[in-house]
Design a protein around this ligand. Structure first.
Ligand code: AMP
Length: 397
């Protein structure tokens, strides 16, 4: 058997796939089916001969995965030739049940189904991806890799909300945290860059993409993270508010007569950068800001202020910090965000080197000055590789 893993990330109207060599992270092929269930869908496949895009109706996730298998046959590489070891599925919410990746069987499917109320948008889509892949790849072991699992090491003071016991005991109301595969990958990679054992390194990871979260990782274990029961809490994101006063929904219900669903939707989809500046894509926002757009300027400032606040908080949680690390779309590409979030923190031993921070580069790199006590890194995240590694770890190859 090879070390190739088919990694599947099924969303409500999309299915991403990639065949990853778990040893070195190389992707032999990848693709994306989007607008599943709409009148016109799109399938992009990237293989050894480049990228092919087809536009057609993709009625279901099953059609999407069948389309992917056909694309492997017609555009390569051959799935038989890749000799897949397993299929690894990204699953968003593993609740308190899953503190590690796990082999998928009927009991796991039931357990993930029970968690649907905690992730009503994500878990059903992930389950559909699992159902379809088990059907189309019946001979391969399948593994669930949970976004929440890495944060199951949070201690009770970090994961407990100060709310009534019944909510906590009977309804699982606590902080879970998300982006776990990314925080795990990036913190481990940071230890490698420092030339040290992950068990000896304390890291603050800032995952800044469409969704944003911070994690404090002590000796390879997550001890604090910014997302909570759901991925709404914490940092300011593209369309999500992050932290707000929890009294705001009740106030809006009383004052504006808004329903809970309307408020939930607004906080998840019409807030964050979009709520402040009308634009959630960071590249577009940066352009607007450069043109002097006031709202875009404020959105940028609020976004960076929140990051800075979390860095300070996690510094106190960790007591000793070896590195602060930026990752994901914005974290990897926006020198402006990195500088605005960490400038002036010399007293904390954090000093960014301006030239290193602004140098265009796509790779993992150190952007702090040589004498900065705390190293600052940019580390491209690679969730597919992490999922492939964990999948292979579970199937015991
Ligand atoms: P991700 O969820 O990691 O794919 O990140 C998506 C976010 O990263 C979007 O807001 C993009 O606008 C942003 N992004 C991607 N490339 C850049 C870039 N070169 N500069 C600034 N933001 C970027």
């Amino acid at each position: 058997m090879s070390d190739h893993v088919l990694v599947i990330n099924a969303g409500s109207s999309s299915l991403k796939y990639s065949v990853v060599d778990a040893r070195n992270g190389e992707s032999a092929a990848s693709g994306l089916a989007e607008r599943i269930g709409e009148s016109q869908g799109r399938h992009i496949h990237r293989g050894p001969n480049g990228e092919t895009a087809t536009t057609r109706s993709i009625p279901s996730h099953e059609d999407a995965l069948r389309g992917a298998i056909e694309a492997f046959e017609s555009h390569g590489p051959s799935l038989d030739g890749l000799d897949l070891a397993a299929v690894g599925h990204r699953v968003v919410h593993g609740g308190s049940k899953f503190s590690a990746s796990a082999l998928i069987d009927d009991a796991l499917v039931d357990a993930v189904t029970e968690l649907v109320p905690l992730a009503p948008l994500h878990n059903p889509a992930n389950l559909e991806g699992i159902r379809v892949a088990r059907q189309l790849f019946p001979g391969l072991p399948q593994v669930a890799v949970f976004d929440t699992a890495f944060h199951q090491t949070l201690p009770p003071p970090a994961y407990t909300y100060a709310v009534p016991l019944r909510w906590r005991d009977d309804h699982g109301i606590r902080r879970y945290g998300f982006h776990g595969t990314s925080h795990a990958f990036v913190s481990r990679e940071t230890a490698r860059l420092l030339g040290r054992d992950p068990a000896d390194v304390n890291v603050i990871v800032l995952h800044l993409g469409n969704g944003c979260s911070a994690a404090a990782v002590r000796g390879g274990r997550s001890v604090e993270t910014s997302m909570g029961l759901t991925p709404l809490e914490g940092l300011v994101m593209g369309t999500r508010s992050g932290d707000v006063d929890p009294a705001i929904p009740a106030y809006l219900t009383r004052e504006l007569g808004l329903s809970m669903d309307e408020i939930d939707h607004a906080l998840n989809s019409a807030s964050g950068l979009k709520g402040i500046a009308g634009e959630n894509d960071f590249r577009e926002l940066s352009q607007l800001r450069a043109q002097g757009d006031e709202h875009a300027g404020l959105a940028f400032d609020v976004y960076c202020h929140r990051i800075r606040k979390y860095v300070g908080a996690y510094y106190a949680v960790l007591e000793t910090v070896d590195a602060v690390v930026f990752t994901a779309g914005v974290g990897e590409h926006s020198g402006e965000v990195r500088a605005a979030s960490l400038n002036g923190l010399g007293r904390l031993g954090i000093a960014i080197d301006k030239d290193r921070n602004n140098a265009p580069s796509a790779g993992a790199r150190r952007i702090s000055t040589d004498d900065s006590e705390v190293a600052v890194f940019v580390v491209p995240t690679n969730e597919e590789w992490q999922i492939a590694r964990e999948t292979l770890g579970v199937v015991g190859n």
